[in-house]
Design a protein around this ligand. Structure first.
Ligand SMILES: NC(=O)c1ccc[n+]([C@@H]2O[C@H](COP(=O)([O-])OP(=O)(O)OC[C@H]3O[C@@H](n4cnc5c(N)ncnc54)[C@H](OP(=O)(O)O)[C@@H]3O)[C@@H](O)[C@H]2O)c1
Length: 321
């Protein structure tokens, strides 16, 4: 098969589309003939050498993919050769083939193409597990997501709104603000010119900035509020004012999806299938796809992501590349 290899830590030019050994599905795994993979911020970190693949995961980048099952390993039940699926991966999505544990598969939602489905597993699982399973966002609560125009943000805005939360997001441009309102955001805050702490108190905050926003995020929490940090774009170390946290009876969580044991990821995928998939199949929530590039142009896709030139997901398709 062909796959994207990271030749050495560095810029987008180190992503090379080249021959690689075909994966072989082990017990409980299927082989996926990849139609498309998707780009995540974590892939940029992996390319730079800061976020190596967890033990046992393929070396090639790519945390999600969609395609057709072409072979079945021993002990797989409920999936067949020819099924069109998408999958949450520990790595290996930037490739023509990838072996996936059966528990991490999801069917292509009715009404969506197999390519479109590549935009879903990582954002649906991250948002669902953090905002709903962990932080327990309830109807009528106020929700803030930083980076409303990101892959994560576009899913978080839609799901929070659909669940009856008052939904606010930060964005870097007026164009992204307009598009987030189209997705259901009740209010947007331009992080370049406005301070989100002035926008009232929030019951749940989904944060991508880490250290840079920690203190202001806690200031912005309502009594009983839940801050969930999933990204460290603004650094890893900051002072935590426990007094402020204590007086609000608030909590701070920090989580990573990729490093979780298979059983935990499987439970998240099952909950996403039960709770998010019906909304996708009803057309109430949709994947937001900025562009689809050939997988051989993964470097160009990373450049777009690093310059924040996208809204939603960037996909990489295997055909004609
Ligand atoms: N822990 C996990 O399991 C997990 C899983 C998936 C993703 N993540 C994290 O979630 C975040 C989003 O991932 P993604 O793949 O969807 O990335 P992405 O599409 O590249 O989005 C990055 C976002 O950061 C925003 N941003 C930049 N500077 C900001 C600032 N000062 N204040 C607020 N927002 C700012 C950008 O906003 P503009 O474009 O408007 O400038 C953009 O929306 C990343 O930090 C990623 O690492 C974590």
């Amino acid at each position: 098969m062909r796959a994207i290899s990271i030749l050495e830590p560095g810029g987008p030019e180190v992503l090379s589309w080249q021959e690689a050994p075909d994966p072989v599905p082990g017990p409980g795994e299927v082989l996926l003939e990849v139609a498309a993979g998707a780009v995540n911020r974590a892939d940029v970190l992996q390319r730079l050498g800061f976020y190596p693949a967890p033990e046992g995961a393929p070396e090639h980048p790519g945390l999600e993919a969609s395609g057709t099952i072409s072979a079945i390993g021993p002990g797989v039940s409920g999936w067949s050769v020819g099924d069109q699926v998408c999958a949450l991966l520990g790595g290996g999505g930037y490739a023509e083939k990838v072996a996936v544990a059966q528990e991490l598969l999801l069917p292509v939602p009715a009404g969506l193409s197999v390519i479109e489905a590549a935009a879903l597993p990582e954002v649906a699982c991250t948002v669902w597990s953090n905002v709903f399973m962990l932080a327990g966002l309830k109807p009528g609560e106020r929700f803030l997501v930083h980076g409303g125009g990101s892959g994560i943000g576009t899913m978080a805005v839609q799901l929070a709104k659909q669940h009856g939360a008052e939904t606010v997001c930060t964005v870097g441009t007026e164009e992204k603000a307009r598009r987030c309102v189209e997705l259901g955001a009740d209010q947007t805050i331009n992080y370049r010119t406005e301070d989100f702490v002035q926008a009232g108190e929030f019951d749940v905050i989904l944060d991508n900035m880490g250290a840079k926003y920690l203190d202001r995020n806690i200031s912005a929490l309502a009594p009983g509020g839940r801050l969930v940090v999933i990204g460290l774009q603004g650094g890893t170390k900051a002072e935590l004012n426990l007094g402020k946290l204590l007086s609000k009876r608030a909590s701070v969580h920090a989580t990573s999806l990729r490093a979780r044991p298979l059983e935990e990821r499987a439970a998240i995928v099952a909950s996403v299938r039960e709770n998010v998939w019906p909304l996708l199949e009803a057309g109430i929530v949709r994947p937001v796809i900025d562009r689809v590039l050939p997988m051989s142009q993964a470097g160009e896709a990373h450049q777009v992501m690093e310059s924040s030139g996208h809204f939603g997901k960037i996909l990489l398709k295997t055909g004609e590349s």
